[in-house]
Design a binder for this molecule. Structure first.
Ligand code: ATP
Length: 451
Protein backbone atom coordinates (compact mmCIF):
# COMPACT_ATOMS: atom_id res chain seq x y z
CA UNK A 1 0.00 0.00 0.00
CA UNK A 2 1.40 3.37 -0.95
CA UNK A 3 2.25 5.20 2.28
CA UNK A 4 1.92 8.66 0.80
CA UNK A 5 -1.57 8.22 -0.49
CA UNK A 6 -4.42 9.51 1.57
CA UNK A 7 -6.69 6.59 2.44
CA UNK A 8 -10.39 7.33 2.06
CA UNK A 9 -13.36 5.26 3.11
CA UNK A 10 -16.61 6.13 1.35
CA UNK A 11 -19.74 4.93 3.18
CA UNK A 12 -23.12 4.87 1.44
CA UNK A 13 -25.90 2.30 1.24
CA UNK A 14 -26.48 3.22 -2.41
CA UNK A 15 -23.79 1.18 -4.21
CA UNK A 16 -24.22 3.40 -7.29
CA UNK A 17 -22.90 6.42 -5.34
CA UNK A 18 -19.91 4.45 -4.09
CA UNK A 19 -19.09 3.40 -7.65
CA UNK A 20 -19.55 6.92 -8.94
CA UNK A 21 -17.21 8.28 -6.29
CA UNK A 22 -14.55 5.59 -6.79
CA UNK A 23 -14.62 6.06 -10.53
CA UNK A 24 -14.46 9.85 -10.32
CA UNK A 25 -11.44 9.68 -8.04
CA UNK A 26 -9.62 6.78 -9.62
CA UNK A 27 -7.35 8.96 -11.81
CA UNK A 28 -6.29 11.06 -8.80
CA UNK A 29 -3.18 9.33 -7.51
CA UNK A 30 -3.23 11.25 -4.21
CA UNK A 31 -6.00 8.98 -2.92
CA UNK A 32 -6.79 5.35 -2.21
CA UNK A 33 -10.51 4.62 -2.03
CA UNK A 34 -12.49 1.88 -0.34
CA UNK A 35 -16.23 1.73 0.06
CA UNK A 36 -18.64 0.39 2.67
CA UNK A 37 -22.42 -0.01 2.58
CA UNK A 38 -23.23 1.14 6.12
CA UNK A 39 -21.69 2.25 9.42
CA UNK A 40 -21.18 -1.27 10.79
CA UNK A 41 -19.34 -2.41 7.70
CA UNK A 42 -17.27 0.79 7.78
CA UNK A 43 -16.16 0.10 11.37
CA UNK A 44 -15.24 -3.42 10.38
CA UNK A 45 -13.10 -2.15 7.48
CA UNK A 46 -11.44 0.49 9.67
CA UNK A 47 -9.98 -2.24 11.87
CA UNK A 48 -7.54 -3.17 9.14
CA UNK A 49 -7.69 -0.21 6.76
CA UNK A 50 -6.28 2.86 8.50
CA UNK A 51 -8.35 5.44 6.66
CA UNK A 52 -7.50 9.07 7.15
CA UNK A 53 -10.77 10.40 5.76
CA UNK A 54 -14.26 8.93 6.02
CA UNK A 55 -17.01 10.30 3.82
CA UNK A 56 -20.35 9.05 5.03
CA UNK A 57 -23.98 9.29 4.17
CA UNK A 58 -26.35 9.82 7.11
CA UNK A 59 -29.34 7.56 6.58
CA UNK A 60 -28.25 3.96 6.21
CA UNK A 61 -29.51 0.63 7.52
CA UNK A 62 -27.74 -1.11 10.46
CA UNK A 63 -25.74 1.94 11.47
CA UNK A 64 -26.26 5.49 10.17
CA UNK A 65 -23.67 8.20 9.57
CA UNK A 66 -24.16 10.05 12.87
CA UNK A 67 -23.62 6.90 14.93
CA UNK A 68 -20.63 6.04 12.78
CA UNK A 69 -19.24 9.53 13.38
CA UNK A 70 -19.62 9.04 17.13
CA UNK A 71 -17.81 5.70 17.00
CA UNK A 72 -15.03 7.16 14.87
CA UNK A 73 -14.54 10.13 17.18
CA UNK A 74 -14.33 7.74 20.13
CA UNK A 75 -11.98 5.20 18.58
CA UNK A 76 -10.16 7.00 15.79
CA UNK A 77 -10.19 10.68 16.79
CA UNK A 78 -7.65 11.65 14.15
CA UNK A 79 -9.81 10.55 11.20
CA UNK A 80 -11.35 13.44 9.28
CA UNK A 81 -15.07 12.77 8.81
CA UNK A 82 -17.02 14.43 6.02
CA UNK A 83 -20.78 14.02 6.23
CA UNK A 84 -22.90 13.77 3.10
CA UNK A 85 -26.34 15.23 3.66
CA UNK A 86 -29.41 16.30 1.72
CA UNK A 87 -30.38 20.01 1.66
CA UNK A 88 -33.53 19.14 3.58
CA UNK A 89 -31.67 17.68 6.57
CA UNK A 90 -29.68 20.69 7.74
CA UNK A 91 -30.46 19.62 11.32
CA UNK A 92 -28.35 16.56 10.81
CA UNK A 93 -25.54 18.67 9.41
CA UNK A 94 -25.56 20.82 12.55
CA UNK A 95 -25.60 17.71 14.75
CA UNK A 96 -22.71 16.26 12.79
CA UNK A 97 -20.62 19.42 13.10
CA UNK A 98 -21.26 19.51 16.84
CA UNK A 99 -20.24 15.86 17.09
CA UNK A 100 -16.87 16.63 15.51
CA UNK A 101 -17.37 16.17 11.76
CA UNK A 102 -14.74 18.03 9.76
CA UNK A 103 -17.41 19.38 7.42
CA UNK A 104 -20.57 18.41 5.60
CA UNK A 105 -21.18 18.18 1.89
CA UNK A 106 -24.55 18.55 0.29
CA UNK A 107 -25.93 15.80 -1.88
CA UNK A 108 -26.15 15.15 -4.81
CA UNK A 109 -22.42 14.58 -4.98
CA UNK A 110 -20.40 17.43 -6.40
CA UNK A 111 -17.06 15.77 -7.09
CA UNK A 112 -15.22 19.07 -7.54
CA UNK A 113 -16.43 20.29 -4.16
CA UNK A 114 -15.32 17.01 -2.57
CA UNK A 115 -11.91 17.35 -4.24
CA UNK A 116 -11.54 20.83 -2.72
CA UNK A 117 -12.43 19.56 0.75
CA UNK A 118 -10.02 16.67 0.37
CA UNK A 119 -7.34 19.12 -0.76
CA UNK A 120 -7.82 21.05 2.49
CA UNK A 121 -7.55 17.84 4.47
CA UNK A 122 -4.36 16.89 2.63
CA UNK A 123 -2.87 20.21 3.67
CA UNK A 124 -3.76 19.54 7.33
CA UNK A 125 -2.35 16.06 7.02
CA UNK A 126 0.88 17.42 5.58
CA UNK A 127 1.24 19.79 8.52
CA UNK A 128 0.48 17.01 11.00
CA UNK A 129 3.19 14.78 9.57
CA UNK A 130 5.86 17.41 9.65
CA UNK A 131 8.56 17.41 12.29
CA UNK A 132 8.48 19.91 15.18
CA UNK A 133 7.96 23.52 14.24
CA UNK A 134 10.43 25.94 12.99
CA UNK A 135 9.37 29.15 14.60
CA UNK A 136 5.88 30.32 13.78
CA UNK A 137 4.60 27.52 11.64
CA UNK A 138 2.04 26.25 14.12
CA UNK A 139 1.37 29.51 15.84
CA UNK A 140 -1.90 31.39 15.72
CA UNK A 141 -1.32 34.65 17.56
CA UNK A 142 0.04 33.36 20.89
CA UNK A 143 -1.44 29.92 20.54
CA UNK A 144 0.53 26.89 19.48
CA UNK A 145 -1.18 23.85 18.01
CA UNK A 146 -1.21 21.52 15.06
CA UNK A 147 -3.91 19.04 16.03
CA UNK A 148 -6.87 19.23 13.67
CA UNK A 149 -9.08 20.29 16.58
CA UNK A 150 -6.83 23.36 16.98
CA UNK A 151 -6.87 24.17 13.26
CA UNK A 152 -10.63 24.20 13.43
CA UNK A 153 -10.52 26.43 16.48
CA UNK A 154 -8.12 28.84 14.73
CA UNK A 155 -10.48 28.97 11.77
CA UNK A 156 -13.42 29.75 14.05
CA UNK A 157 -11.49 32.45 15.89
CA UNK A 158 -10.68 34.05 12.54
CA UNK A 159 -14.39 34.08 11.62
CA UNK A 160 -15.54 35.30 15.02
CA UNK A 161 -12.97 38.09 14.95
CA UNK A 162 -14.65 39.55 11.87
CA UNK A 163 -17.94 40.00 13.75
CA UNK A 164 -18.74 42.02 16.84
CA UNK A 165 -20.80 39.30 18.49
CA UNK A 166 -20.52 38.53 22.18
CA UNK A 167 -18.52 35.34 22.64
CA UNK A 168 -18.55 32.71 25.36
CA UNK A 169 -15.41 30.58 25.63
CA UNK A 170 -15.84 27.28 27.46
CA UNK A 171 -13.07 25.01 28.59
CA UNK A 172 -11.23 23.52 31.52
CA UNK A 173 -8.73 25.56 33.46
CA UNK A 174 -5.40 26.05 31.70
CA UNK A 175 -6.65 25.26 28.19
CA UNK A 176 -5.89 28.70 26.81
CA UNK A 177 -9.22 30.54 27.04
CA UNK A 178 -7.51 33.83 27.69
CA UNK A 179 -5.26 33.33 24.67
CA UNK A 180 -8.36 32.73 22.55
CA UNK A 181 -9.92 35.97 23.78
CA UNK A 182 -6.69 37.85 23.03
CA UNK A 183 -6.53 36.33 19.55
CA UNK A 184 -10.11 37.36 18.78
CA UNK A 185 -9.30 40.91 19.84
CA UNK A 186 -5.98 40.99 17.98
CA UNK A 187 -7.62 39.88 14.73
CA UNK A 188 -10.62 42.20 15.04
CA UNK A 189 -11.14 45.76 13.86
CA UNK A 190 -10.80 46.80 17.52
CA UNK A 191 -7.19 45.65 17.75
CA UNK A 192 -5.75 49.14 18.16
CA UNK A 193 -8.06 49.81 21.13
CA UNK A 194 -7.69 48.38 24.65
CA UNK A 195 -8.11 44.74 25.62
CA UNK A 196 -9.14 44.70 29.26
CA UNK A 197 -9.07 41.44 31.19
CA UNK A 198 -11.20 41.07 34.31
CA UNK A 199 -10.97 38.03 36.53
CA UNK A 200 -14.50 38.04 37.93
CA UNK A 201 -13.70 35.33 40.48
CA UNK A 202 -11.07 37.55 42.10
CA UNK A 203 -13.49 40.41 42.79
CA UNK A 204 -15.57 40.37 45.93
CA UNK A 205 -19.31 40.79 45.71
CA UNK A 206 -19.11 44.29 47.15
CA UNK A 207 -16.36 45.42 44.80
CA UNK A 208 -17.33 43.92 41.50
CA UNK A 209 -19.94 46.51 40.44
CA UNK A 210 -17.65 49.44 41.09
CA UNK A 211 -14.74 47.61 39.44
CA UNK A 212 -16.74 46.98 36.28
CA UNK A 213 -18.78 50.17 36.07
CA UNK A 214 -16.79 52.64 38.20
CA UNK A 215 -18.07 54.77 41.07
CA UNK A 216 -18.78 58.37 41.98
CA UNK A 217 -17.07 60.20 44.79
CA UNK A 218 -18.74 59.30 48.09
CA UNK A 219 -20.59 56.28 46.65
CA UNK A 220 -19.37 54.21 49.59
CA UNK A 221 -16.90 54.50 52.44
CA UNK A 222 -13.47 54.92 50.93
CA UNK A 223 -14.73 56.27 47.59
CA UNK A 224 -12.79 59.50 47.91
CA UNK A 225 -12.86 60.33 44.21
CA UNK A 226 -14.77 59.43 41.06
CA UNK A 227 -13.25 56.35 39.45
CA UNK A 228 -14.01 54.90 36.02
CA UNK A 229 -14.52 51.13 35.78
CA UNK A 230 -13.20 48.46 33.43
CA UNK A 231 -15.98 49.07 30.89
CA UNK A 232 -14.87 52.67 30.49
CA UNK A 233 -11.21 51.63 30.22
CA UNK A 234 -12.17 49.20 27.48
CA UNK A 235 -14.00 51.86 25.45
CA UNK A 236 -13.75 51.10 21.73
CA UNK A 237 -12.00 47.82 22.48
CA UNK A 238 -12.77 44.47 24.08
CA UNK A 239 -13.49 43.47 27.66
CA UNK A 240 -12.67 39.89 28.63
CA UNK A 241 -14.74 38.69 31.57
CA UNK A 242 -12.93 35.60 32.82
CA UNK A 243 -14.75 33.21 35.18
CA UNK A 244 -18.07 34.81 34.26
CA UNK A 245 -19.89 32.02 36.12
CA UNK A 246 -18.74 33.59 39.38
CA UNK A 247 -20.41 36.98 39.10
CA UNK A 248 -23.14 37.69 41.64
CA UNK A 249 -26.76 37.98 40.54
CA UNK A 250 -26.98 41.76 41.08
CA UNK A 251 -23.99 42.31 38.77
CA UNK A 252 -25.57 39.99 36.23
CA UNK A 253 -28.53 42.38 35.97
CA UNK A 254 -26.24 45.35 35.27
CA UNK A 255 -24.21 43.35 32.78
CA UNK A 256 -27.32 42.30 30.90
CA UNK A 257 -28.24 45.96 30.58
CA UNK A 258 -24.84 46.87 29.14
CA UNK A 259 -25.15 44.07 26.62
CA UNK A 260 -28.68 45.04 25.65
CA UNK A 261 -28.50 48.82 25.50
CA UNK A 262 -24.78 49.55 25.69
CA UNK A 263 -25.05 51.77 28.75
CA UNK A 264 -24.66 51.74 32.53
CA UNK A 265 -24.37 54.01 35.54
CA UNK A 266 -21.41 54.29 37.87
CA UNK A 267 -22.06 53.10 41.42
CA UNK A 268 -23.60 56.03 43.31
CA UNK A 269 -24.19 57.99 40.09
CA UNK A 270 -27.20 58.99 37.95
CA UNK A 271 -25.45 59.77 34.71
CA UNK A 272 -25.98 57.19 31.96
CA UNK A 273 -22.71 56.31 30.32
CA UNK A 274 -22.65 54.84 26.84
CA UNK A 275 -19.81 52.58 25.79
CA UNK A 276 -18.86 50.73 22.65
CA UNK A 277 -17.21 47.59 24.02
CA UNK A 278 -17.11 44.07 22.71
CA UNK A 279 -17.70 41.49 25.43
CA UNK A 280 -15.93 38.14 25.51
CA UNK A 281 -16.65 35.85 28.46
CA UNK A 282 -15.00 32.65 29.60
CA UNK A 283 -15.93 29.95 32.04
CA UNK A 284 -14.76 26.56 33.18
CA UNK A 285 -18.15 25.88 34.73
CA UNK A 286 -21.16 24.41 33.04
CA UNK A 287 -23.22 27.60 32.81
CA UNK A 288 -26.31 25.73 31.63
CA UNK A 289 -26.25 23.90 34.99
CA UNK A 290 -25.76 27.19 36.86
CA UNK A 291 -28.86 28.47 35.05
CA UNK A 292 -30.81 25.42 36.19
CA UNK A 293 -29.58 25.96 39.76
CA UNK A 294 -30.68 29.61 39.53
CA UNK A 295 -27.14 30.85 40.09
CA UNK A 296 -26.90 32.37 36.64
CA UNK A 297 -29.63 34.35 34.89
CA UNK A 298 -31.06 32.56 31.90
CA UNK A 299 -31.50 35.79 29.88
CA UNK A 300 -27.86 36.72 30.46
CA UNK A 301 -26.75 33.22 29.55
CA UNK A 302 -28.46 33.44 26.16
CA UNK A 303 -27.16 36.97 25.67
CA UNK A 304 -23.50 36.03 26.21
CA UNK A 305 -23.76 32.71 24.45
CA UNK A 306 -24.39 34.23 21.00
CA UNK A 307 -21.24 32.59 19.73
CA UNK A 308 -19.51 29.92 21.75
CA UNK A 309 -16.05 28.44 21.37
CA UNK A 310 -14.51 25.56 23.25
CA UNK A 311 -10.89 25.31 24.28
CA UNK A 312 -10.16 21.56 24.08
CA UNK A 313 -8.39 19.82 26.97
CA UNK A 314 -4.81 18.82 26.23
CA UNK A 315 -5.55 15.09 26.58
CA UNK A 316 -7.89 15.41 23.59
CA UNK A 317 -5.14 16.75 21.35
CA UNK A 318 -2.16 14.65 22.26
CA UNK A 319 -0.38 15.36 18.98
CA UNK A 320 0.19 18.84 20.39
CA UNK A 321 1.99 17.64 23.53
CA UNK A 322 5.49 17.22 21.99
CA UNK A 323 5.05 20.46 20.07
CA UNK A 324 4.05 22.43 23.16
CA UNK A 325 6.74 20.73 25.25
CA UNK A 326 9.39 21.89 22.76
CA UNK A 327 7.88 25.36 22.66
CA UNK A 328 8.06 25.68 26.46
CA UNK A 329 11.52 24.14 26.50
CA UNK A 330 12.78 26.91 24.25
CA UNK A 331 10.96 29.51 26.31
CA UNK A 332 12.47 28.36 29.61
CA UNK A 333 15.89 27.79 28.04
CA UNK A 334 15.88 31.48 27.17
CA UNK A 335 14.60 32.50 30.59
CA UNK A 336 17.19 30.48 32.47
CA UNK A 337 20.04 30.89 29.94
CA UNK A 338 20.28 27.10 29.60
CA UNK A 339 20.81 25.04 26.50
CA UNK A 340 18.74 21.93 27.01
CA UNK A 341 18.34 20.47 23.54
CA UNK A 342 15.42 18.08 23.92
CA UNK A 343 13.69 15.22 25.68
CA UNK A 344 14.76 11.61 26.03
CA UNK A 345 12.45 9.01 24.49
CA UNK A 346 11.23 7.93 27.90
CA UNK A 347 10.44 11.50 28.85
CA UNK A 348 8.52 12.04 25.61
CA UNK A 349 6.56 8.84 26.23
CA UNK A 350 5.70 9.96 29.76
CA UNK A 351 4.64 13.43 28.65
CA UNK A 352 2.56 12.03 25.80
CA UNK A 353 0.73 9.49 27.93
CA UNK A 354 -0.04 11.67 30.91
CA UNK A 355 -3.60 12.95 31.40
CA UNK A 356 -2.73 16.64 32.06
CA UNK A 357 -5.66 17.60 34.31
CA UNK A 358 -4.23 21.13 34.49
CA UNK A 359 -3.86 21.24 30.70
CA UNK A 360 -1.33 23.50 28.94
CA UNK A 361 -0.64 25.52 32.09
CA UNK A 362 0.41 22.33 33.88
CA UNK A 363 2.58 21.27 30.94
CA UNK A 364 4.29 24.67 30.93
CA UNK A 365 4.95 24.41 34.67
CA UNK A 366 6.23 20.87 34.25
CA UNK A 367 8.74 21.89 31.58
CA UNK A 368 9.87 24.86 33.64
CA UNK A 369 10.47 22.53 36.58
CA UNK A 370 12.38 20.10 34.37
CA UNK A 371 14.60 22.80 32.87
CA UNK A 372 15.51 24.02 36.35
CA UNK A 373 16.57 20.53 37.43
CA UNK A 374 18.25 19.50 34.19
CA UNK A 375 21.99 19.92 34.24
CA UNK A 376 22.72 18.07 31.00
CA UNK A 377 21.46 18.42 27.45
CA UNK A 378 18.37 16.27 27.64
CA UNK A 379 15.35 16.24 29.89
CA UNK A 380 15.21 12.81 31.55
CA UNK A 381 12.33 11.32 33.55
CA UNK A 382 14.21 12.15 36.79
CA UNK A 383 13.90 15.87 35.95
CA UNK A 384 10.11 15.65 35.98
CA UNK A 385 7.96 16.12 39.05
CA UNK A 386 7.33 13.06 41.22
CA UNK A 387 3.80 12.77 39.95
CA UNK A 388 5.00 12.56 36.36
CA UNK A 389 7.88 10.26 37.27
CA UNK A 390 5.37 7.79 38.69
CA UNK A 391 4.31 7.28 35.08
CA UNK A 392 7.65 5.58 34.34
CA UNK A 393 6.40 2.49 36.07
CA UNK A 394 4.11 2.18 33.11
CA UNK A 395 4.78 -1.12 31.43
CA UNK A 396 5.49 0.14 27.98
CA UNK A 397 7.75 3.03 28.86
CA UNK A 398 9.99 0.62 30.73
CA UNK A 399 10.40 -1.46 27.60
CA UNK A 400 12.38 1.39 26.13
CA UNK A 401 15.30 0.56 28.40
CA UNK A 402 15.97 -2.49 26.22
CA UNK A 403 19.48 -2.70 24.76
CA UNK A 404 18.84 -1.84 21.13
CA UNK A 405 16.57 1.08 20.46
CA UNK A 406 15.06 -0.47 17.34
CA UNK A 407 14.34 -3.78 19.03
CA UNK A 408 12.92 -1.96 22.04
CA UNK A 409 10.69 0.03 19.76
CA UNK A 410 9.54 -3.08 17.94
CA UNK A 411 8.78 -4.89 21.20
CA UNK A 412 7.04 -1.87 22.58
CA UNK A 413 4.84 -1.46 19.54
CA UNK A 414 3.91 -5.12 19.48
CA UNK A 415 3.09 -5.16 23.20
CA UNK A 416 0.98 -2.06 23.01
CA UNK A 417 -0.87 -3.38 19.97
CA UNK A 418 -1.58 -6.62 21.80
CA UNK A 419 -2.69 -4.73 24.90
CA UNK A 420 -5.02 -2.64 22.76
CA UNK A 421 -6.39 -5.63 20.90
CA UNK A 422 -4.72 -4.47 17.65
CA UNK A 423 -6.70 -1.27 17.69
CA UNK A 424 -4.41 1.06 15.74
CA UNK A 425 -5.75 4.35 17.05
CA UNK A 426 -5.75 3.33 20.67
CA UNK A 427 -2.25 1.91 20.35
CA UNK A 428 -1.01 5.05 18.60
CA UNK A 429 -2.50 7.17 21.36
CA UNK A 430 -0.89 5.06 24.07
CA UNK A 431 2.43 5.34 22.26
CA UNK A 432 2.04 9.08 21.84
CA UNK A 433 2.49 8.94 18.07
CA UNK A 434 0.18 9.59 15.13
CA UNK A 435 -1.72 6.65 13.72
CA UNK A 436 0.02 7.09 10.35
CA UNK A 437 3.42 6.90 12.07
CA UNK A 438 2.40 3.72 13.86
CA UNK A 439 1.29 2.26 10.59
CA UNK A 440 4.63 2.99 8.87
CA UNK A 441 6.56 1.60 11.85
CA UNK A 442 4.48 -1.58 11.70
CA UNK A 443 5.40 -1.92 8.04
CA UNK A 444 9.07 -1.22 8.76
CA UNK A 445 9.26 -3.79 11.57
CA UNK A 446 6.98 -6.23 9.76
CA UNK A 447 4.53 -6.35 12.62
CA UNK A 448 1.26 -7.95 11.56
CA UNK A 449 -1.90 -8.81 13.35
CA UNK A 450 -1.97 -12.61 13.85
CA UNK A 451 -4.70 -14.35 11.84
N1 ATP B 1 -2.17 26.67 22.68
C1 ATP B 1 -1.31 27.23 23.53
N2 ATP B 1 -0.09 27.57 23.13
C2 ATP B 1 0.82 28.12 23.98
N3 ATP B 1 0.57 28.38 25.27
C3 ATP B 1 -0.65 28.07 25.72
C4 ATP B 1 -1.65 27.49 24.89
N4 ATP B 1 -2.76 27.30 25.63
C5 ATP B 1 -2.47 27.75 26.86
N5 ATP B 1 -1.22 28.22 26.93
C6 ATP B 1 -0.53 28.76 28.11
O1 ATP B 1 -1.08 28.06 29.23
C7 ATP B 1 -1.34 28.96 30.30
C8 ATP B 1 -2.82 28.97 30.63
O2 ATP B 1 -3.53 29.61 29.58
P1 ATP B 1 -4.80 30.54 29.85
O3 ATP B 1 -4.59 31.41 31.03
O4 ATP B 1 -5.18 31.19 28.56
O5 ATP B 1 -5.84 29.39 30.22
P2 ATP B 1 -7.33 29.55 30.74
O6 ATP B 1 -8.13 28.49 30.03
O7 ATP B 1 -7.79 30.98 30.56
O8 ATP B 1 -7.18 29.17 32.26
P3 ATP B 1 -8.13 29.57 33.51
O9 ATP B 1 -9.49 28.97 33.21
O10 ATP B 1 -7.47 28.91 34.66
O11 ATP B 1 -8.16 31.06 33.56
C9 ATP B 1 -0.81 30.31 29.85
O12 ATP B 1 0.51 30.45 30.30
C10 ATP B 1 -0.86 30.22 28.35
O13 ATP B 1 0.08 31.08 27.76
Amino acid sequence: MNQDKCRILYVDDEPAYGRLFSRAMEDDDRFLIRTAGNGKEALHILREYPAEVVLTDILMPHMGGLDLLEEIKRNYPEIFVLILTGVDSSNNAVKAMKAGAYDYILKPLDIEMIRRQLGKILEHRRLLKEPPPTDDEFRFENMIGKDQIMFKLFEKIQQVAQSDATVLINGESGTGKELIAEAIHARSARCAKPFVRVNCAALTETLINSALFGHEKGAFTGATARKPGFFEFASGGTIFLDEIGDIPIQTQVALLRVLEVGSFQRVGGNETIHVDVRVICATNKNLACSVKDKLFREDLYYRINVVSLTAPPLRERRTDIPLLARFFLELYNKKTCKQVTGFSKQTTAILSNYQWPGNVRQLANCIEHAVVFCSGHQILPEHLSEELQAETSDDFTLTLYDSSLASAEKTLIRRVLEAKDWHLSQAAEALGIARGTLYSKMERYQIHKPD
